[in-house]
Ligand binder design. Structure first.
Ligand SMILES: *Cc1c(COP(=O)(O)O)cnc(C)c1O
Length: 366
C-alpha cells in the first residue's frame, strides 16, 4: 500500500546522526530546555530569517502561546479560515477570543483577504492566516490589511515550514509565526513539538515565560503559565532534519510537479494552483474532483494507494461551532470540503510508486 506519508525512508537517511545525538542526550541526562533545544531555536531563527524563535510542546501550543503573548483575549475577534485543522480555532478559543471565519479563495484554499477586510469590526484584534497545504497566503497583502486596521497578524505556519512569499519565509510577516513539528509535517519530529518565531523581543520573552510555568527565574512565578516545552530528544531529530529541509521540500515539489503534469488533462480534476509569488512546499497535494469522490478513493485503494480528505468538514460546520455559525454559509470552503482529495506525497515517494497512483486515477476517471 502506498501511504499518504512514509516516515521510515527519511529515518534511514538520518539514523546515524540521530543515534549519536540521542546517546549524547542520554549520557548528559538533561532532557528539558537543554543545549539541543537552544541550538535548534537558534538554527530555526537563522533559517527563517527571524530575530527570535521560541520552541514549545506542539503547533497548537505555538498558536495558543502566541495569541496569549500578544495579549489577545476575551472580547477580541480573530479572523481566520474555516478550511483548516481545528487547532487554528481551538487556540483562539483557549485565550477566550472568538474565531471569525471568512471564506477562502478557490484557487489557493487560503483565506480570501477581501472577505477578511469586510469582516473587520471594532472588536477585531487579530488576523490569523493559515498557509494551507504549504502554500503561503499573499503575506504582504495580509500584512498591509493588518497594518491598515491596526490588527495583529499571527501566522499559522503548521503546514508551511520552508515556504516563502516573494523570497521571505512564512512566519516572518506577522507579529508571530507558529510552526508545528508533528511527525507528518514538512519538518516533523518523532513526537509533538512546536515553535513561534517573532521579531519582537517582548513577545519572545513572554513566550519563554509562558511555556515554562510563568517563570523567569526558577521557582519565581510572575503569571500563570503552562508546561509547554520541546524536549532534547525531539530537538536532536529536528536539528538533523532542519539541515535537510530544503532538499525535502524540493523533493515534495518534484512529486507535486509530476502529479500536476500527469493529471491536469484528466476530466473532472482541478490540480492545485500555485499563486505567483508563493513558494509552495506541498505539505499536501490536494486537488479538486468533480463527481463521485468515494468511488475514486475506492479505485485508488484497489490499486494500492491511500488517499485522504483534508478537510471533510469546514470549521463553521463542526459540531463545536454549529451554534455560533448556524445559518452562516461559506460556499467556497463548503464546496472545497466536498470536492477535495489529497494524494500521497513525501520527499521519498519514488517515480514508480507515484506512477501507480497516477495510473489508478487515469483509469478511474477515463
Ligand atoms: C498540525 C496543525 C496544527 C497543530 O499542530 P500540532 O503540532 O498538531 O498541535 C495547527 N494548524 C494547522 C493548520 C495544522 O495543520
Amino acid at each position: 500500500m502506498i501511504p499518504m506519508v512514509d516516515l521510515t525512508a527519511q529515518y534511514d537517511d538520518i539514523r546515524g546522526e540521530i543515534e549519536k545525538g540521542f546517546s549524547e542526550v542520554l549520557d548528559g541526562a538533561q532532557f528539558i530546555l537543554g543545549p539541543n533545544v537552544q541550538a535548534f531555536e537558534q538554527e530555526c531563527a537563522e533559517y527563517l530569517g527571524a530575530r527570535h524563535a521560541v520552541s514549545c510542546a506542539s503547533g497548537t501550543d505555538a498558536l495558543h502561546l502566541a495569541l496569549a503573548a500578544a495579549g489577545v483575549g476575551p472580547g477580541d475577534e480573530v479572523i481566520t479560515s474555516p478550511f483548516t485543522f481545528i487547532a487554528t480555532a481551538e487556540a483562539i478559543r483557549y485565550v477566550g477570543a472568538t474565531p471569525v471565519f471568512v471564506d477562502i479563495d478557490p484557487q489557493s484554499f487560503n483565506i480570501d483577504l477581501e472577505l477578511a477586510a469586510r469582516a473587520i469590526t471594532p472588536r477585531t484584534r487579530a488576523i490569523m492566516p493559515v498557509h494551507l497545504f504549504g502554500q503561503p497566503v499573499d503575506a504582504e497583502a495580509c500584512q498591509a490589511l493588518a497594518c491598515e486596521h491596526n490588527l495583529l497578524m499571527i501566522e499559522d505556519c503548521a503546514q508551511s515550514f520552508g515556504a516563502s512569499w516573494r523570497g521571505k519565509q512564512t512566519g516572518t510577516f506577522g507579529i508571530a509565526g507558529c510552526f508545528s513539528f508533528f511527525p507528518s509535517k514538512n519538518l516533523g519530529g518523532y513526537g509533538d513539538g512546536g515553535l513561534v518565531c517573532t521579531e519582537s523581543a517582548d513577545i519572545a520573552e513572554e513566550l519563554r515565560v509562558l511555556r515554562n510555568h510563568g517563570s523567569r527565574e526558577r521557582y519565581h512565578h510572575h503569571v500563570i503559565g503552562y508546561n509547554s516545552r520541546l524536549d532534547e530528544l525531539q530537538a536532536v531529530i529536528l536539528r538533523a532534519k532542519l539541515k535537510r529541509i530544503d532538499r525535502y521540500n524540493n523533493e515534495r515539489r518534484r512529486v507535486a510537479r509530476t502529479y500536476s503534469e500527469a493529471l491536469a488533462e484528466l476530466p473532472g480534476i482541478t490540480v492545485p494552483a500555485e499563486t505567483a509569488g508563493a513558494h509552495h512546499v506541498y505539505h499536501q497535494y490536494t486537488l479538486l474532483l468533480d463527481g463521485d469522490r468515494a468511488r475514486v478513493m475506492e479505485a485508488l485503494k484497489q490499486a494500492g494507494s491511500a488517499s485522504a480528505i483534508y478537510y471533510p468538514i469546514p470549521l463553521h460546520r463542526q459540531e463545536v461551532f454549529l451554534r455560533d455559525y448556524a445559518g452562516v454559509s461559506l460556499p467556497v470552503a463548503e464546496s472545497a470540503a466536498e470536492r477535495c482529495l489529497s494524494l500521497p506525497i513525501y520527499p521519498e515517494l519514488d517515480p514508480a510508486r507515484q506512477q501507480t497512483v497516477i495510473d489508478a486515477l487515469r483509469t478511474a476517471l477515463n
